[in-house]
Design a protein around this ligand. Structure first.
Ligand code: HDL
Ligand code: ZN
Length: 430
């Protein structure tokens, strides 16, 4: 018995090594981030102080001190980073995912973290060339395509798109439309200001102008998909502006342009407004709304991720029912090893390879390095276990098949879903 166990554990170890090597060398399409083309200059965050003042760490830091929120916000970024470093890395071990991620990134950048020398870290980053640092982080993370989050309602970002700039082809645009759907009374006057003939109502001519707005911006940025984050109580169909605009303007626009609509469900905005970007929370969504959309609009393609751990299984089962639904990412509060591992295994076991198990949601360039390093470990473990299960039935995956599967999961399935391709019967995709 001992001999058999040793032989099978040796086989597993050999397979694990092969899978890990393939997963680690398969380039990733990161399908949702808050990073920006370097042409956006200051909007692209990078370096140690941006890493430390990431809103995940801000939220965690406030748990360790009674500093008034407004006092913290009045500090400079460096002063905020000093407080965060002291609280989360010096006075306590940085064991949370967001803190550990900072150390993974610094370590993979070749920096010595055991000295706990923040000034020395700052000196290193201060010497980096921004353009070269972009390439270094992408190469270290193994990411060759980044989807941005682009909003015409962002007053800093909009003028840059209106002026036009030389695109970095590694950065792909996605059209974010939360204000349009979630705050129509606030969005309508802005569209009117941009010379779209809209009043507050949703008459046919107004809907036509909203579609012109969506068409103009989809073309201007070369949108890969449209996206919106939605509250836990999102219902569809519904007699409200959100559902009406989605049905009458957004979905027809997506069909006309052949673009997926990404629905990010379950976010409770401003649960604690004093935390600003760090103040959002999570709520359980009603999967019926997504079911109604997928069933009611079979010609539309829906990308979906949900924020509540409790919704993950329902989302996978829904994707089994609707081939126009593509599940993606361990979003935000689910992007911690315990939950991400559970979600990834659930998805492989319920959806096979027709899923995009992760996106980074990175807000700081350097985060790509840790977010993809941590997830690749999870994916390699889960994939290896699935291949071991297959090998027990005599099915040994070839290296080419493992490469094909990894490519699928790290962006290939997403690209095919966006193109709307489905292999003809008997045609095996590369
Ligand atoms: O709405 C979103 O796209 C979320 O990802 C929020 O931006 C959130 O603040 C975040 O960064 N999550 O990781
Ligand atoms: Zn996001």
């Amino acid at each position: 018995m001992a001999t058999t166990v040793t032989a099978s554990s040796r086989r597993r170890a050999a397979l694990a090594k092969r899978v890990e090597k393939i997963v680690n060398t398969t380039p990733v399409s990161d399908i949702h981030t808050h990073l920006y083309d370097p042409a956006f200059r200051g909007l692209l965050l990078w370096g140690i102080d941006d890493l430390l003042t990431y809103h995940y760490l801000v939220a965690e830091t406030f748990r360790y001190f009674d500093l008034p929120f407004e006092k913290f916000w009045s500090l400079s970024k460096t002063q905020q980073a000093d407080l965060i470093w002291e609280a989360l890395f010096v006075q306590h071990s940085p064991i949370s995912e967001a803190c550990g991620g900072v150390l993974t990134t610094l370590n993979l950048l070749g920096l010595d973290v055991k000295k706990r020398d923040l000034p020395a870290l700052r000196r290193w980053f201060a010497k980096q060339n921004p353009e070269k640092h972009v390439t270094r982080c992408l190469e270290l993370a193994g990411v060759d395509r980044i989807c941005m989050t682009n909003s015409p309602f962002d007053d800093v970002e909009r003028p840059l798109w209106e002026r036009g700039f030389q695109r970095d082809e590694r950065f792909v645009a996605a059209l974010r439309i939360d204000p349009l759907l979630l705050d129509w009374p606030g969005a309508a006057p802005r569209l009117a200001q941009w010379e779209y003939d809209v009043g507050a109502g949703l008459s046919d001519p107004v809907v036509g102008e909203v579609r012109r707005f969506l068409a103009d911006w989809s073309k201007r940025i070369g949108a890969k998909y449209l996206m919106v984050s939605l509250p836990p109580d999102f219902k569809f169909p519904e007699q409200n502006n959100c559902a009406q605009l989605m049905e009458k303007a957004v979905l027809p626009h997506c069909r006309e342009f052949g673009l997926p609509l990404a629905l990010m469900l379950g976010v409770k905005r401003a649960v604690n407004p004093q935390l600003r970007l760090a103040g959002d929370g999570v709520g359980r969504s009603d999967p019926q709304a997504l079911q109604n959309l997928c069933a009611g609009f079979p010609e539309n393609k829906f990308l979906a991720t949900v924020l509540s751990r409790e919704n993950q299984h329902e989302l996978c089962v829904l994707a089994r029912k609707f081939r126009n639904l593509h599940v993606f990412g361990c979003w935000w509060f689910t992007n911690v090893p315990l939950v991400a591992e559970e979600m990834t295994r659930m998805r492989l076991e319920l959806l096979g390879l027709s899923v995009t198990p992760q996106h980074s949601d990175a807000r700081v360039l350097d985060q790509l390095v840790y977010k993809w390093s941590h997830f690749r470990e999870i994916l390699s473990r889960a994939l290896t276990d699935k291949y071991v299960d297959l090998s027990r039935a005599g099915w040994e995956p070839t290296a080419a098949e493992i490469k094909r599967d990894a490519k699928n999961l790290l962006g290939g399935a997403f690209e095919r879903f966006c193109r709307g391709e489905r292999p003809a019967p008997g045609q095996v995709r590369p």
